[in-house]
Design a binder for this molecule. Structure first.
Ligand code: SF4
Length: 899
């Protein structure tokens, strides 16, 4: 494809499930800039901090540019022949279930479609599962149980129409920031709108919440079964809706009534008063949307949680109406697209069911396939167990990093290492998973490939290429199709473009559909290259309309097609099913592992940092792995703020920085899942998590892990900046992060009897001619060493017996400064800014580099609102992702002033 320069290309953000439209521009000098697409209906021009920094993540540093076989460069033909012949031979010798694909919500729909078609239709196994299993499989299972289909009925507009939004296990402020901003803006316009946050932690999302319910881990089933019982007891049911459009209400209400309010309070850790206030608000507010994501899904009772929520909406008839409904929001950019093509081991393409012989027959005829898989395949956790026990002998991992992201990650890594044949398609040459591949296939990255993604509100948008594909990289759909051809299925995989793949996917969705299946984009079955290029974002269903009617479950509200508006669902009797759920609680802690670890995301990083880790701007917000601990627990376990803590489970341990905060629930810890062996010594959080899954969805319980915490007895702490990427492998604790002009490193040591000058030299990779300035006070354990090449700082190391107090932002800036005079060199060795420079503190606003100290100072000078801080410092005026944190600083300062 010919790429025009200096033209803005309409594409879509590759991070979260909000699916924001992005305008990307390549200037004549090759510089790329991005901005929010004002015409995209997901974001109307907004982007969060991650989206705004996309241009910083597209360099070719670390890219895998050529196929590799056993660590040597190979040509495409050799690599593809080897992959195809090994898979074919494995199938011939051991059967189709001896191979597996582990794919990703990062793939585009076209990639996903071709991979699923090859596995389920031509290999004849359903052993294809996706990292979306870790993200939203419980929502899929809950939807299918209640609606008879995996239908997300909500739209983003509903969040603006609602009078009450209940956010369950959803830290929107950090994980779906543009949705958070849409809700915040709607609330400003309609202050009567209420928001309730249900989360064990007081996350930044609490900033817009009228009520925060700090629920016990996995207390959600009890909370929502209790709500159903309350609705029944307080005459708040929609009896007509229940009778006409649902089945199973009596059993569901009976099961939900197992606990009285006192029992619900005990199971949720909430007071009866809190429960009463939430329940009465819900009962009184007909326009209610309940938003849920990983806090609900990543649980051994995730599917029951989803159905407990849906039960309350069915009981009140609050579904299929503007501003009302259950609303699952996905973590990944194309988790929904993966569901549409059947990229999960227990689904067939186009939302058809693998267990249904009619559906299998239909797909087989449509694909003209030799044999469609006859039974569900292995879900992610089962798949890696089958790799470990030798049942799976050939594995292809596409666009994901299971060595870091799967639960019981060390066992998964051992399984991959022991697997006889591992293929990894990725954009990077070095990840914790890529290093174990026998064959590495270079994939095209965001900005280099064309395709579609579907966001959380069922909106299909184009990703468009605006960069030339580097090296030998190819889009994933083409790599898979080439393997399919070489396995002898040439006719079925002879696509010339992603437009052809998309047209086939659309045609399958409409094939013998006649309104019986929810997923229908048959209107695009005839799309050609030109139409595909011009494709505007659209929401499905779009297919039935052309045939003279919507799918069975779709009605209209005003001009908008809306699922379930007519009260019809996709079950055989067209009625929604209540699911009888008994509230349960599970104690996983023990005297040896007395705390519950909750895992999740932070604002400015994404998954295993393979993309966001390249951005200095994003890396300055939080630059090392951490664990949040409540002050009472910190005291109990002897942990001080900024100590290094060892968190252990029966499967392993991690070393992370302790953050003592009352925002954390007592008895629970929180730690982010982003750090890998590429960025830290021992920060791979999923070494702790268990392969425990929800029995229905197979989704791992990543938010409830029994652990213990202890202080790592550090004798020395260090902080360093360096121009070259440092490899501080001799330190037991280290975490590296990109900064402008180089890298920054946090360090801790069990011993202080170290040759610090030698350590600094190895850290900086200093040349023989480097000029060294140093200060040593051995009695006080203070060492500061700086190395200069000409007028440039090549590295500075600061060592102290307690966490190093040097300003990180200032130290990092010295890498880009000229150091011609002695005074500026001495300032570095002194470890503090000279002259009038002030320490900005931890960076809060990534867009303008504004730190916490600057914001606090502005508050002390009279800025009492986020708008005033914006006017004074610009902070929060671009992407807005930091506004919640600014408000927290304002509140803290105001409280301090009042005391
Ligand atoms: Fe990307 Fe942020 Fe929009 Fe999510 S909210 S799609 S990360 S810009």
């Amino acid at each position: 494809m010919e790429i025009e320069e200096a033209r803005e290309v309409r594409t879509t953000c590759p991070y979260c499930g909000v699916g924001c439209g992005v305008l990307a521009k390549v200037a004549a000098d090759g510089q790329v800039s991005v901005r929010g697409d004002p015409d995209h209906p997901a974001n109307f021009g907004r982007l969060c901090s991650k989206g705004s920094a996309l241009a910083e993540t597209i360099d070719l540093d670390g890219r895998l540019l050529h196929p590799e076989i056993h660590d040597r460069r190979a040509g495409w033909d050799e690599a593809l022949d080897l992959v195809a012949s090994t898979f074919s031979q494995t199938i011939a010798e051991h059967g189709p279930d001896a191979i597996a694909f582990y794919v990703s919500g990062q793939l585009l729909t076209e990639d996903y479609y071709v991979a699923n078609k090859l596995m389920k239709g031509f290999v004849g196994s359903a052993n294809i599962d996706t990292n979306s299993r870790l993200c939203m499989a419980s929502s899929v299972a809950g939807h299918r149980r209640a609606f008879g289909s995996d239908t997300v009925p909500g739209t983003y507009d509903d969040l603006e129409f609602a009078d009450l939004i209940v956010l369950v296990g959803s830290n929107l402020a950090w994980c779906h920031p543009v949705l958070y901003q849409r809700i915040a803006a709607a609330r400003e316009k309609r202050p009567e709108m209420k928001v309730v946050l249900v989360d064990p932690r007081r996350t930044m999302t609490a900033d817009i919440a009228d009520m925060h319910l700090a629920i016990a881990p996995d207390g959600d089933v009890a909370l929502f079964t209790g709500l159903l019982a309350y609705l029944g007891q307080h005459n708040a049911l929609d009896r007509a809706y229940i009778t006409t459009h649902t089945t199973g209400f009596g059993q569901a209400l009976f099961a939900a009534s197992a606990l009285d309010l006192v029992g619900v309070a005990a199971a949720t850790g909430l007071s009866e008063d809190e429960l009463g206030r939430f329940y009465s608000l819900f009962a009184a507010t007909s326009k209610t949307v309940t938003v849920y994501s990983q806090g609900v899904n990543q649980s051994s009772s995730g599917t029951d949680k989803v159905n407990a929520i849906i039960n309350c909406h069915l009981a009140t008839g609050r579904i299929g109406k503007p501003g009302a409904g259950p609303f699952s929001v996905t973590g990944q950019p194309n988790a929904m697209g993966g569901r549409e093509v059947g990229g999960m081991a227990n689904m067939l393409a186009a939302h058809m069911e693998i267990e249904n012989p009619d559906h299998r027959d239909r797909v087989q005829r449509f694909w003209n396939a030799p044999a469609v898989a006859g039974k569900p395949g292995l879900k992610a956790v089962e798949m890696f167990k089958a790799v470990a026990d030798g049942h799976i002998k050939a594995l292809w991992i596409m666009a994901t990093n299971p060595v870091d992201s799967m639960p019981d990650a060390d066992a998964v890594e051992a399984a991959i290492k022991a697997c006889p044949f591992v293929v990894v398609s990725d954009v990077l040459a070095r990840t914790d998973t890529v290093r174990h591949a026998h064959v590495r296939l270079p994939a095209a990255a965001w900005g280099e490939k064309d395709g579609t993604v579907t966001n959380s509100e069922r909106r299909v948008s184009r990703q468009r290429a605006f960069l030339r594909v580097p090296g030998d990289a190819l889009p994933d759909w083409r790599i898979v199709a080439e393997v399919g051809k070489r396995m002898g299925f040439g006719e079925a995989f002879s696509y010339a473009s992603p437009a052809e793949v998309f047209a086939e996917h659309a045609a399958l969705s409409g094939f013998e559909n006649d309104g019986a299946r929810d997923f229908d984009i048959g209107a695009y079955a005839g799309v050609d290259g030109e139409g595909y290029e011009a494709l505007e974002p659209f929401q499905w269903p779009e297919g039935g309309a052309q045939a003279g009617g919507w799918p069975e479950g779709v009605g209209t509200t005003g001009l908008q097609a809306r699922f379930f508006a007519n009260g019809n669902f996709f079950t055989p009797d067209r009625k929604a099913r209540f699911i009888a759920i008994r509230p349960t609680t599970e104690i996983r802690t023990s005297p040896d592992y007395p705390l519950i670890l909750n895992t999740g995301r932070i604002r400015d990083h994404w998954h295993t940092m393979t993309r966001t880790g390249k951005s200095p701007r994003l890396s300055q917000h939080i630059a090392e792995p951490f664990v949040e601990i409540h002050p009472a627990d910190a005291q109990r376990f002897g942990i001080g703020d900024a100590d290094i803590a060892r968190v252990s489970s029966p499967r392993g341990d991690v070393l992370v920085r302790a953050l003592v905060t009352a925002r954390q629930r007592q008895g629970s810890l929180f730690a982010p899942m982003h750090w890998t062996d590429q960025f830290s010594a021992k920060g791979r959080l999923d070494t702790l998590t268990a392969p425990l899954t929800d029995p229905i969805s197979g989704q791992p319980a990543l938010k409830h892990v029994a652990v213990r915490i202890e202080k790592f007895a550090a004798k020395a702490f260090g902080f360093a900046v360096a121009r070259q990427r440092p490899e501080p492998n001799t330190a037991p604790y280290w975490a590296v992060a990109k900064c402008k002009g180089g890298w920054r490193v946090e360090l801790a040591f069990a011993d202080d009897d170290i040759d610090w000058a030698g350590f600094a030299g190895s850290l900086f990779g200093t040349s023989l001619g480097a000029e060294i300035s140093a200060y040593h006070d051995r009695d006080a354990g203070q060492h500061r060493i700086a190395a200069f090449d000409d007028d440039q700082l090549s590295g500075a190391l600061f060592v102290a017996p307690s966490p190093v107090a040097v300003s990180r932002g200032w130290a990092a800036e010295q890498l880009s400064a000229d150091h011609v005079d002695r005074r500026s060199r001495l300032a570095i060795v002194a470890g503090r800014p000279g002259g009038i420079d002030v320490d900005r503190g931890a960076i809060v606003c990534s867009c303008f580099g504004v730190g916490a100290n600057q914001i606090a100072e502005a508050v002390r000078r009279g800025c009492g609102s986020v708008a005033a801080i914006g006017a004074a410092l610009n902070a929060g005026t671009n992407c807005g992702s930091c506004r919640a944190e600014i408000r927290v600083i304002i509140d803290a300062q105001s409280l301090q002033a009042a005391e």
